[in-house]
Design a protein around this ligand. Structure first.
Ligand code: CTP
Length: 415
């Protein structure tokens, strides 16, 4: 496709360099048109080097080519990121004050705006009206992501991640004119990694979970436009950018963090490998081997079942305050045995835990843990046909997040 990438004058302009790379690596021919203000954040040289095309922001450059007419007519798609409050206002009122706004007026193909600004500016009545105007004309305006903004402030107004804008742009380019990110406006809490239960100051009981699946889910949810809270137990991989991270160690800490985060989440996904048991006693000092006493015996006690508690807390909240339904997703690692196969155990677990979806892994020691690929069955409480998803953990995560979006489809975002 021939893409015009309009860049507005906001600090998020630096993230658009990654978006440009995604476009060029996918084989698209991109012409960047920054505004005057955008060039104060990221210079022309960056845009020219990354796009391989000349960059201008004035209608008075290369006048003989009548650039705004040519670019507007030739573009299969125009993407504006970051779309600042000023740029949305100029586009909504049809101004033609620079090359980008001229090009927008000449556009024949689809146009996508990815806004980024402070929350107050995004929520201001003037901006709301401008967004409505643009949408009423068939322009796609993405919801901004929520989270940390430029200063100490946080809230809706973050530029959606480059991968999310890329996905939206591709959908729009393929004719999905009303495309919105499937989890825009939703808050998704995801637990990931393996808990560690201390025995003494230097030892713990742990498990083989790498956190890869939970992190891949967090990325997929973030790319689908959600505000993501990642509750990270021990992980071998770093947490992704653009998500809020709460670090925990034990099952009890994970429980506390999950119940708190769940209170205002639309979706909770329990991908963490939570220890079912913890040592009854934690020694304050290192347990020493001695010849004069018997070897120590470790007594274990049950940890609470967090998934089940989340389901109970949801029921209680719905009962008290007519709260909107929350979608709860569990993971199950099953081996199957002589008493039952993987699916039979998983179906019993889905019933027992009461969650809406259960993502079932078939495990052997060489499968799942620490690996990059996975093969799962998604079971639904609604009784829908089990759905198979296989491939990289990224692909499996995309399938799970798509399924979550579909389940949420008929429920509006929480107020
Ligand atoms: N889970 C949880 N709290 C626990 C243990 C597990 O919330 N104390 C969650 C996991 O995050 C996962 C799901 O429950 O989403 C299934 O965990 P699994 O260990 O497979 O199931 P168990 O209930 O432990 O059943 P079993 O050991 O009999 O397989």
């Amino acid at each position: 496709m021939r893409i015009v990438l309009g860049v507005g004058g906001g600090i998020a302009a630096y993230k658009v360099a990654s978006l440009l790379r995604l476009f060029t690596e996918a084989g698209h021919n991109v012409t960047v048109i920054p505004t005057e203000a955008a060039i104060r954040f990221v210079g022309v040289a960056t845009w020219e080097a990354l796009s391989g095309n000349p960059v201008s922001n004035s209608v008075f450059d290369d006048v003989h080519q009548v650039n705004h007419v040519r670019l507007g007519h030739e573009a299969d798609l125009i993407v504006v990121a970051p779309a600042t409050a000023d740029l949305l206002a100029r586009a909504a009122t049809g101004q033609a004050s620079d090359l980008l706004t001229n090009t927008l007026l000449m556009a024949r193909g689809p146009v996508l705006f990815a806004p980024a600004m402070h929350t107050e500016m995004w929520q201001h009545a003037a901006t709301r009206a401008n967004v409505e105007t643009l949408r009423s004309r068939g322009v796609a305006v993405l919801e901004p992501a929520s989270g940390r903004l430029t200063g100490a402030d946080s809230g809706p107004g973050r530029l959606p991640e480059p991968e999310a804008i890329f996905d939206a742009a591709m959908a729009l380019g393929q004719g999905q004119s009303d495309y919105q990110l499937p989890l825009a406006g939703r808050t998704v809490t995801i637990s990931a990694g393996g808990t560690r239960e201390p025995l003494d100051p230097v030892r713990f009981l742990g498990n083989r979970s790498s956190g890869k699946q939970g992190v891949a889910l967090a990325v997929a949810a973030r790319n689908a436009g959600a505000t993501v809270r990642l509750i990270a137990a021990h992980m071998d991989v770093p947490a992704p950018a653009g998500v809020e991270v709460v670090t925990v160690e034990t099952a009890l800490q994970l429980r506390e963090a999950a119940l708190t985060a769940a209170a205002d989440s639309d979706v909770v996904i329990m991908a963490a490998a939570v220890a079912d048991f913890r040592p009854a006693e934690i020694s304050g000092t290192k347990i020493k081997k001695r010849d004069d006493t018997a070897d120590p015996v470790i007594t274990l006690v049950r940890n609470p079942d967090i998934l089940q508690e989340l389901v109970e807390a949801r029921h209680a909240a719905e009962h008290q305050a007519a709260r909107r339904h929350q979608l709860i997703v569990g993971f199950a690692a099953e081996t199957g045995d002589s008493q039952g196969d993987v699916l039979a155990y998983a179906e019993a677990k889905l019933k027992r835990k009461g969650c809406d979806l259960l993502v079932v892994n078939h495990v052997g020691t060489d499968k799942v843990f620490g690996q990059d690929t996975n093969s799962v069955v998604i079971l639904a409480r609604s009784g829908a046909e089990p759905q198979l998803a296989a491939g990289s953990k990224t692909e499996v995560s995309a399938a799970v997040i798509t399924r979550v979006s579909q389940e949420l489809n008929h429920v509006s975002p929480r107020a």
